[in-house]
Design a protein. Structure first.
Length: 296
C-alpha cells in the first residue's frame, strides 16, 4: 500500500496547516484541496498514484478547521445552512483560507503549482488563482460552486435532500460515531453508476478517523467565511471544470456556471457520477489533469 510522508506543518499567522506529500512522486507540482470540514485523507491514494503516473509531484493539506490543522474558537452560528445563507462570517475570511494554501506552497518550496480542488476545495482553488495568480499554473475545479456565488444565490445550485437527511441523522458519541458519520457521508455522495466499495471506505476512514463530517460548528465557520476578492471572470489560468451528472449535492448547473465565467475553461461532465470521484475514473481524471498541465 502506498503511504504518505509524515504530517508536516505550515503556518499562516496563528493557524497551523497540516500537509503531506506522496513519496516518489516527481515533476509538475500538484496541490490537492479537499472540501467542507473533511480532511486530506479523503483524497483517494489510488487517484494520487494516477497523478504521479502523469508526472506530478503530489501534495495535499487540511484546510483550517479540518483534519489535523488548527481548529478555531466557536462562534455564535453553529448551523451550516444558516451560516451559508446569512452571508456573514465572523471567524475568518475566505481570503484567510486561500492564504493557508499559499503557506503550504511556501513550505513545500513550490513557487507555483497546479491546483486541484474538490467540492469546497474547488472554490478555494478558484480563489487561489484569483488572489495569487502568480502561484497558480492551472486550476481543476471538481464538484464545486462558482466562487462568486454566496448567500441565497447558492440555492439555485444546491440539492438539499442528502444534506438535510445527514443533518437529521444522529450518531454515537466518540470514535465509533465519527466513523459512522463519515461512512454515511461517503455512501451519500457515492456515484450511483459505480459500485460503492464500503470495505475500502471503512479502511481509510478507520485509519484516519475525522470528526469533521459531523462537526457543525467547524462547518459553519468554513462555509460562513466571506470572499471579498476578484470576480470569477477575472481568472486567467487554464481551467478544467469537472462535475458529476448525478451529483446529489450540487446540480450540474454549478459546473456549467463556473466554466462559463472563466475564459477558455473546459467543462467535463461525468455521467453517473455523484459528489465523489469513483475509482473506475481515476485514470481518466488523471489524464485530463495531466493534459491540462502540459498544455499550461
Amino acid at each position: 500500500m502506498t503511504t504518505w510522508t509524515p504530517t508536516q506543518r505550515a503556518r499562516n499567522g496563528d493557524v497551523e496547516i497540516a500537509y503531506d506529500r506522496l513519496p516518489g512522486s516527481d515533476g509538475m507540482p500538484l496541490l490537492l484541496v479537499m472540501g467542507l470540514a473533511t480532511s486530506r485523507f479523503w483524497w483517494p491514494t489510488g487517484l494520487a498514484d494516477e497523478f504521479a503516473r502523469q508526472g506530478f509531484a503530489v501534495a495535499r493539506y487540511d484546510q483550517r478547521d479540518a483534519g489535523e490543522s488548527t481548529r478555531l474558537p466557536d462562534v455564535a452560528e453553529s448551523n451550516p445552512f444558516r451560516a451559508l445563507f446569512a452571508k456573514k462570517g465572523d471567524a475568518y475570511t475566505a481570503e484567510d483560507m486561500v492564504d493557508d494554501a499559499v503557506a503550504v506552497l511556501d513550505e513545500l518550496g513550490w513557487p507555483q503549482a497546479h491546483v486541484f480542488g474538490h467540492s469546497m476545495g474547488g472554490v478555494v482553488a478558484q480563489r487561489l488563482a484569483l488572489r495569487h495568480p502568480d502561484r497558480v499554473l492551472s486550476v481543476v475545479s471538481s464538484a464545486a460552486l462558482p466562487s462568486d456565488v454566496s448567500g441565497l444565490g447558492v440555492a439555485r445550485y444546491l440539492r438539499v435532500g442528502l444534506l438535510a437527511r445527514l443533518a437529521r441523522t444522529t450518531f454515537p458519541d466518540g470514535r465509533d460515531g465519527d466513523i459512522e458519520a463519515s461512512l454515511a457521508v461517503a455512501r451519500g455522495v457515492a456515484s450511483p453508476a459505480y459500485p460503492f466499495d464500503e470495505t475500502a471506505a471503512r479502511e481509510w476512514i478507520e485509519r484516519a478517523v475525522d470528526s469533521g463530517p459531523r462537526d457543525t460548528k467547524a462547518q459553519s465557520r468554513q462555509i460562513g467565511a466571506q470572499w471579498h476578492g476578484p470576480r470569477l471572470r477575472d481568472l486567467r489560468r487554464p481551467t478544467l471544470v469537472l462535475h458529476g451528472e448525478a451529483d446529489p449535492i450540487l446540480r450540474v448547473a454549478a459546473g456549467r456556471a463556473t466554466a462559463a465565467a472563466i475564459d477558455g475553461a473546459r467543462l467535463v461532465t461525468l455521467p453517473g457520477v455523484g459528489h465523489d470521484l469513483p475509482a473506475e475514473l481515476w485514470p481518466t481524471v488523471a489524464r485530463e489533469v495531466g493534459d491540462l498541465a502540459r498544455a499550461a
